[in-house]
Design a protein around this ligand. Structure first.
Ligand code: NAG
Ligand code: NAG
Ligand code: NAG
Ligand code: NAG
Ligand code: NAG
Ligand code: NAG
Ligand code: NAG
Ligand code: NAG
Length: 750
């Protein structure tokens, strides 16, 4: 089916662009640089995308792709045009996104492309901003996203083995990929749209060559009609695809050298320059501006022709989209913060580099990278080593790089240039300094301030989630694995069973065979007794062991024993013959009393909460329960709903994308917050710990030790109204101080 083309076909000034010579005057020398190819040059008319050993080509012209990852469901349609505009201004000409299968097909065969899942709207917004798109379909996505993007119902397909040469998997994967290609067809380059590059599979590091070849045959057969190059990143790549790099530094880690050896006929593409992510219980980790700047500059110096930040804007894991143990804020320490404010000095420092690279793109792409070692001052004499280089692009540009940890004087054209450890300086031919990776002295980093919007305690009312209900239940001899019942349509599952207590000690040991990234709340006869949680960012089974005080109960008497299981995200590590599960996955004991396989005491399972069933967080559902205005009775009370209203009419309503509104969750414990029916995601005031060792991966330091892992939660502009906003909280552990909860605004102060 063909859709009506929706691109604004502006009067074509393509030719003019091509003929336009931009004279850049720097010092005494005048450069002649042609304008690089941008999406505006080709928008609205069919164009060709291919590649040569140096770069991706657009209508035969080598094009420097300066890209950043922005995941559409991690922001909202009301934010997308703003984010795209910022991306363009900051110097990107391309955006990259994964495609998230499990938001599009939550039930088999039922597709959803509305709201945050409106991929075509996102592509249109990129096109409108003049940005190319790299679409990474996967369908497996290693994005710290719930189940790596796979729908939980895949677990139930007989004999399926994910990401392998397995017929049920290949059928499911092919069906989804073809569905997406059909859906995005109007946005492909051949139809004048912004999509110039696509990805099949993702970070495949398994041993199944037959599967890799099958991915390759998909690209050469069914997917060849897309007429764009396909990539496979950071792992095995099929012959018909371009293998790309994901790393902190693709030059220093040797990727560039191995690419020259293995794929000399293909351009060098950097799909993920990592900004990493946060986990519950860990303090905030950062990657320094100098390190990112060094890595990006080295990449372009070394001959790279596509670079993408992962992420450029991380956004937020709204709803229940975070993978195991991952915070709601996603990759906040990247160029644009999770709430949409610029992360300075990174934002400006890299913007300068990107504009420079873009202005000199023709010079860079007209030649191969050449590397010449430079002498360094060893204290006594000039020595030549293997860590100080110049990458020259005559006649205009020289990248000087020091790959050593320490500062050295480096000799270039008889000039002694001081180079700090891991740094790049870019010079013109007259040795005028154009950019220095380490120098951010003129960039203001305290560029935002937080102001309270709603002062004083909100006028809360509360409602206690009932421990028992007459919702339909499923019964079985053994507790049933959670996803099998919930299909992950809710993170909550109640397990209930009658038990006759044999002993009632003050230290009764409960042991439950459960999974990582899962919480369990225990109740006896409606009374909350305690909880267990694990918030690892991983998967696997474990035995939850917790001591409960049963001394208030009577022996030899029957009680209703209940466990509320809460999924804290399905792990995104997906490989062959490997499934993640949630809830109770084995036995359960009260001391030595085994609570399974008893025909007179079956297990009942209730999918979700009553509050969810009535959707009491919506305007319509809110009236279905009786709220109590004596909200202080809800303090420290587990499984309690709080609701309040607030106005934004008394604030100057500047663009709420520029100066975002945040929920200050101080005083809460753990749960979900909803604004006008929209789920902001899991909040948790869990303390963040700083580790002794250097943080993992590309990060250099941790900050905010022993502060809550995440205190502020972004509220998208399009979920807010000037008046009468409905804020609903479900706190599962019990909120110690709901009176402290606030609504604040983060204001950019130029
Ligand atoms: C695109 O490629 C086709 C086939 O190779 C060619 O006929 C056409 O002229 C190309 N278009 C442009 C704008 O380069
Ligand atoms: C996606 O967005 C477009 C443009 O706003 C709109 O016309 C379309 O109806 C949306 N799709 C869905 C499924 O909501
Ligand atoms: C699953 O595999 C088993 C053993 O390999 C086979 O007997 C069975 O028919 C398969 N089921 C389906 C639905 O393919
Ligand atoms: C891929 O290329 C390698 C090296 O040229 C070759 O040995 C292999 O057979 C190719 N695989 C396929 C599926 O074409
Ligand atoms: C540039 O490198 C490619 C291979 O990566 C090679 O085919 C080409 O000849 C080189 N060009 C020059 C001018 O050396
Ligand atoms: C080069 O500069 C370094 C400082 O960066 C200095 O220590 C060294 O003495 C200089 N060497 C020469 C030969 O001037
Ligand atoms: C850093 O840049 C500023 C402004 O561009 C400049 O004044 C200063 O001299 C530079 N510092 C160093 C150490 O190069
Ligand atoms: C527990 O027992 C009572 C009566 O003895 C019964 O009504 C109830 O359904 C039982 N609950 C479960 C979860 O089996």
């Amino acid at each position: 089916m063909t859709r009506i083309q929706a691109f604004s076909t502006k009067p074509s000034n393509t030719r003019m662009h091509w003929l336009l010579l931009i004279y850049v005057c720097l010092g005494f020398l005048t450069y002649v640089v042609t304008s690089p190819v941008t999406y505006e040059n080709v928008r609205g008319t069919p164009y060709n995308v291919s590649y040569d050993p140096r770069a991706i080509t657009i209508n035969g012209v080598r094009t420097m792709l300066i890209s950043g990852a922005i995941h559409y469901p991690r922001s909202t349609p009301g934010m997308w045009p703003y984010i795209m505009k910022m991306a363009k201004n900051q110097g990107l000409n391309t955006v990259q996104t994964y495609v998230f299968w499990n938001i599009h097909e939550q039930k088999p065969g039922v597709f959803d492309f509305s709201g945050r899942a409106n991929l075509s709207q996102f592509l249109q917004d990129a096109a409108d901003a003049g940005l190319f798109v790299n679409l990474r379909i996967g369908p497996y996505v290693c994005a710290e996203w719930n189940y790596g993007g796979l729908p939980a119902w895949l677990n139930q397909i007989p004999n399926i083995s994910f990401r392998s040469n397995n017929d049920p998997w290949k059928t499911a994967m092919r069906t989804f990929v073809m569905k997406i290609i059909e859906y995005v067809n109007p946005y492909l380059a051949k139809n004048g749209g912004p999509i110039i590059l696509a990805q099949i599979e993702n970070e495949y590091n398994g041993n199944d060559q037959a599967y890799v070849d099958w991915c390759g045959s998909l690209v050469t057969n069914e997917l060849s009609s897309t007429q764009i190059p396909w990539i496979m990143c950071n792992g095995h790549a099929a012959n018909s695809t371009i293998e790309t790099c994901n790393s902190c530094n693709c030059l220093d880690d040797g990727w560039i050298d191995s690419h020259h050896k293995n794929s000399p006929d293909k351009p060098m593409l950097f799909t993920e320059n990592e900004g990493w992510f946060q986990q519950w219980g860990d303090a905030f980790a950062i990657r320094t501006t100098a390190d990112v700047a060094y890595s990006v500059a080295e990449w372009f110096a070394g001959g790279g022709s596509y670079h993408s930040y992962y992420m450029w804007h991380g956004g937020n894991n709204y709803g229940r989209t975070a993978a195991s143990g991952i915070t709601t804020i996603y990759a906040d320490d990247v160029l644009l913060h999770a709430d949409g404010t610029p992360n300075e000095p990174k934002y400006t420092q890299l913007s300068r580099l990107q504009h420079l690279i873009s202005n000199y793109a023709q010079v860079l792409l007209s030649q191969n990278s050449t590397r010449t070692p430079l002498p360094y001052w060893d204290g006594q004499k000039w020595s030549t080593g293997t860590q100080q280089f110049v990458y020259s692009y005559p006649p205009s540009l020289h990248f000087i790089s020091n790959q050593n940890d320490n500062t050295f004087g480096v000799l270039f054209r008889n000039k002694n240039i001081s180079m700090t450890g891991h740094s790049v300086r870019i010079f013109d031919d007259n040795l005028n300094l154009l950019w220095d990776s380490t120098n951010v002295s003129d960039i203001r980093s305290d560029n935002t301030e937080i102001f309270p919007i709603v002062i004083g305690p909100l006028e809360w009312r509360t409602w206690s989630e009932p421990v028992t209900s007459n919702l339909p239940v499923l019964t079985s001899l053994y507790p049933t694995e959670q996803l099998k019942i919930t299909n992950d349509e809710t993170i909550y599952l109640w397990y209930r069973r009658n038990v006759t207590l044999t002993q009632t000690q003050s230290h009764t040991l409960v042991r439950v065979e459960t999974r990582k990234a899962n919480a369990l709340l225990f109740f006896l006869s409606g009374e909350y007794l305690g909880e267990f949680d694990n918030h690892d960012h991983s998967q696997g089974s474990l035995t939850a062991t917790i001591s409960l005080d049963l001394s208030a109960f009577k022996p030899n008497q029957q009680y209703l024993f209940e466990i509320l299981s809460i999924s804290l995200g399905i792990d995104n590590g997906i490989w062959e013959n490997n499934f993640d599960y949630k809830g109770i996955v084995g036995n359960i004991w009260l001391n030595d009393q085994l609570l399974v396989n008893d025909e007179t005491n079956l297990w009942e399972h209730q999918k979700g909460l009553i509050g969810e069933y009535f959707q009491i967080y919506t305007e319509q559902g809110s009236s279905k329960v009786e709220w109590n205005t004596q909200w202080t009775k809800g303090i420290n009370k587990p499984i309690t709903w709080f609701q309040a209203r607030f106005n934004l009419d008394h604030i100057v309503r500047e663009d709420l994308n520029v100066n975002p509104i945040l929920l200050d969750a101080r005083g809460l414990n753990r749960g979900h917050a909803f604004i006008n029916g929209n789920d902001l995601g899991l909040y948790w005031l869990l303390q963040g710990v700083c580790h002794d060792s250097t943080p993992c991966c590309c990060q250099q330091a941790q900050i905010n030790c022993l502060e809550p892992t995440q205190r502020y939660y972004h509220i998208p502009s399009d979920w807010l109204m000037p008046e009468n906003n409905l804020l609903t909280i479900f706190d599962d552990l019990g909120a110690p101080s709901p009176g402290s909860v606030g609504i604040v605004q983060r204001v950019v102060v130029a």
